[in-house]
Design a protein around this ligand. Structure first.
Ligand SMILES: O=C(O)CCC(=O)C(=O)O
Ligand SMILES: [Fe+2]
Length: 234
């Protein structure tokens, strides 16, 4: 694996897809651990205003904060560490590991940027791991807008409409997707019994740890720590 070539591709496109990065038994284990935590009908982690305004239906879980160490193998993967360093440079930091669950029939996630794009040097790097197949049948495909990490702010508009040039990702079990936090992205409606993804987030040196506190949607900027819309974008 030519790590530098992969890092260059990431910086060109704003995302990178690596299939079969993790083994099926590890993915089955992490899928089981996650389902044990969530069940199939967990309560929403967000308040009603966020759920209706953001058109985003996902329940987060931060396993390390509860002393669960099953996801440690992912964070300790040496190739993943090397790739992260090639992309972010020296002294990058872990941010947190978040497992995301969506119920059958839910909307997925509307177009967003994980953090404000005004300062190109300050961003989060999503390291997304898929513990089960995501495809046309299951729904819940991840959609990205190539090169949008270099454009700036996501345009105002409909939360879930197609944007010309978007790319639909269908990550299989074991796929790693690296995604720049300024890259415009969304998740389609979930048809399968559930949808899970794991995100081991990291940041470059000198990036504030609350970098993902404010997310940008097409209709608003939302601050999670205070549960408020801090900017209307209608
Ligand atoms: O679950 C996914 O495929 C992407 C979720 C997402 O938007 C994120 O982790 O920032
Ligand atoms: Fe996101």
């Amino acid at each position: 694996m030519d790590i530098q070539a992969l890092a260059d591709k990431f910086w060109e496109e704003g995302y990178l897809v690596l299939e079969d990065f993790f083994t099926p038994p590890l993915m089955d284990h992490l899928n089981d651990v996650s389902l044990k935590h969530f069940g199939l009908n967990p309560d929403w982690g967000h308040n009603d205003e966020f759920l209706s305004r953001s058109a985003t239906e996902v329940v987060p879980w931060f396993p390390f904060r509860e002393g669960n160490t099953d996801f440690d193998v992912v964070e300790k993967d040496l190739v993943l560490q090397e790739l992260t360093e090639a992309i972010l440079g020296h002294s990058w930091n872990k941010l947190y590991c978040m497992v995301m669950f969506s119920k059958q029939g839910t909307k997925g996630q509307a177009w967003h940027q994980d953090c404000p794009p005004e300062n190109a040097k300050q961003f989060n790097l999503n390291r997304l791991i898929y513990t089960h197949d995501i495809n046309e049948v299951s729904g819940g495909q991840t959609i990205v807008m190539p090169k949008s990490h270099k454009i700036g702010v996501l345009p105002q508009g409909e939360p879930h409409e197609d944007i010309e040039g978007q790319v639909v990702l269908t990550p299989r079990k074991g796929t790693l997707v690296l995604l720049h936090g300024h890259t415009w992205h969304r998740v389609l409606e979930v048809n399968g019994v559930y949808r899970l993804s794991v995100n081991s987030r990291t940041i470059p040196a000198d990036t504030p740890e609350n970098i993902t506190d404010i997310a940008v949607y097409r209709n608003m900027r939302y601050k999670f720590s205070t549960n408020e819309v801090i900017e209307e974008r209608l």
